[in-house]
Design a protein around this ligand. Structure first.
Ligand code: GLN
Length: 487
């Protein structure tokens, strides 16, 4: 019974809450129990506070009893990636630098979830400061893939994906700078949505690369993603990059928009390096859409080969600037060895940051330094424009683009010791961030060895209604998301 609750979809639980068949306390307690039973193996959470979650759940039940329910998120346990601020709670970014930091305010998404009655349940592990693709770069230990504990859950939002996959939370939030929501979603058999850049406020998100970062959702179904997105999207004066746009009823759009759609298949995403089992699953998904009457068209994104290098110049440049604030002076780790002011900076940063973060800061500082700025940073910005233009050209002919989310299924922990090999695992997700587009990964099957496979759909800017409807057409006709990990 309890497992049945923790593996239910958000919308199903919302319906049962509304019908009085279940209480928020029961759901929350089921997640707490499940976490107690499996998180020792999964290690998806950096921290949890069961008492606090139960208090939130009781408040939700009291509101409902008084006829004051706040809607479908009221009483639903939702985990937050440990880079999203919650007032008076730790925010570590899985870094020693912020190990003892307690956030003095709520992120906008946190505030919105609180206002919608969501039960904030646990802080999910990640690659330190969201830099990585495996959650192995966490200073607090790696998260395991619930479908194969020797493998990675993806990253950087690996904890957020794993806790939903393992039934420890009903949904979660993560952040996606180059694939950090979609890639772990694909590795863990959950739905991962990265909204259009600017749709969701990033106020209160520990910044990595500000022109790319976007907060998004992990859920069991596309319908759940539509509901959760509706809860967090919207213009925010405290984030100057957030876009002024009306927030539609995303869930209603799933029923209203029925297709058939024109879907673009970019040849550049089906070449060398694509695992044959992943490729076969995506071909089946394409065949499904064709059977539904969709028109399938080949499209070309000719600058795809430059995505990785462009990303690793822009993202590291922005990271080197954003992470300058962690200086040992104010709220971060301060070295006990420091005797001079210079020591405070050098030793605190030396001790506080892990190797991948240091690598990025050094790279980013280099590409921004005088003499190299034009050759690297400026040029990367120009190529970025070309990459965006590729997508916009393709959208002249198609409604959305369909690709594999990742070239391979989840890899073994420790397998990608070479940073370049690790960077390559984001080859299909990074272009979407460079172009500022919305993208979603939907469960699309399993390999023979039982590893999840994800399909990526890429939409047009601010057209989340269409993107979600296209994804829902597939998701609601398949049952991959019902397969649970054996833990
Ligand atoms: N894996 C990519 C990186 O290491 C993307 C990370 C992310 O999206 N936060 O930068």
């Amino acid at each position: 019974m309890a497992d049945e609750i923790t593996f239910s979809s958000l919308t199903d639980l919302a319906d049962r809450l509304a019908a009085g068949q279940l209480s928020a306390v029961e759901i929350t307690q089921a997640c707490i129990n499940r976490t107690g039973a499996v998180d020792e193996q999964v290690r998806g959470f950096n921290s949890t506070d069961a008492e606090d979650a139960l208090a939130q759940a009781r408040a939700a039940d009291e509101r409902r009893a008084a006829g004051q329910s706040r809607g479908p998120l009221d009483g639903i346990p939702i985990a937050l990636k440990d880079v999203i601020a919650v007032k008076d709670q730790p925010l570590t970014a899985s870094s020693k630098m912020l190990e003892h930091f307690v956030s003095p305010y709520d992120a906008t998404v946190t505030e919105k979830l609180k206002n919608a009655g969501g039960v904030l349940w646990g802080r999910a592990n990640l690659d330190e400061f969201a830099m990585g693709s495996s959650t192995e770069n966490s200073a607090f230990g790696r998260t395991a893939n619930p479908y194969d504990l020797d493998r990675v859950p993806g990253g950087s939002s690996g904890g957020s994906a794993a806790v939903v996959a393992a039934g420890e939370a009903i949904a979660s939030l993560g952040s996606d700078t180059g694939g950090s929501i979609r890639q772990p979603a694909a590795f863990c058999n959950v739905v991962g949505l990265k909204p259009t850049y600017g749709l969701v406020s990033r106020f209160g998100l520990a910044a990595f690369a500000s022109s790319l970062d976007q907060i998004g959702t992990f859920t069991r179904t596309v319908e759940d993603a539509a509901v959760l997105l509706g809860g967090i999207a919207g213009h925010d004066l405290r984030d100057s990059t957030s876009f002024k746009t009306d927030i539609p009823d995303y869930r209603a759009a799933l029923a209203e928009k029925k297709g058939p759609w024109k879907l673009g298949i970019p040849q550049e995403y089906f070449g060398e390096g694509l695992d044959p089992e992943v490729g076969a699953a995506i071909e089946k998904a394409i065949a499904f859409y064709r059977e539904q009457g969709c028109e399938i068209k080949e499209v070309s994104l000719p600058h795809t080969e430059y995505c990785l290098s462009t990303y690793y110049i822009i993202a590291t440049a922005e990271a080197s600037s954003n992470l300058a604030r962690y200086d040992g002076v104010r709220y971060t780790h301060r070295s006990a060895e420091a005797k001079t002011v210079e020591d405070v900076y050098f030793k605190s940063r030396e001790e506080g940051f892990g190797p991948e973060v240091k690598r990025r800061i050094i790279l980013g500082t280099y590409v921004l330094s005088s003499g190299y700025y034009d050759a690297y940073y400026l040029r990367a910005q120009k190529v970025r424009t070309l990459i965006r233009q590729d997508f916009l050209n393709a959208y002249q002919d198609v409604d959305a683009i369909l690709t594999p989310t990742t070239p391979t299924p989840a890899f073994k922990a420790g397998e990608k010791a070479d940073p370049l090999a690790m960077y390559l695992s984001d080859i299909y997700t990074i272009g979407v961030n460079l172009a500022g587009l919305p993208g979603i990964s939907v469960p699309a099957g399993f390999t023979e060895a039982g590893l999840p496979i994800g399909m990526q759909l890429i939409g047009q800017p601010y057209q989340e209604c269409d993107l979600l409807a296209i994804a829902h057409a597939y998701d609601s006709a398949h049952t991959w998301n019902e397969r649970r990990p054996e833990l």
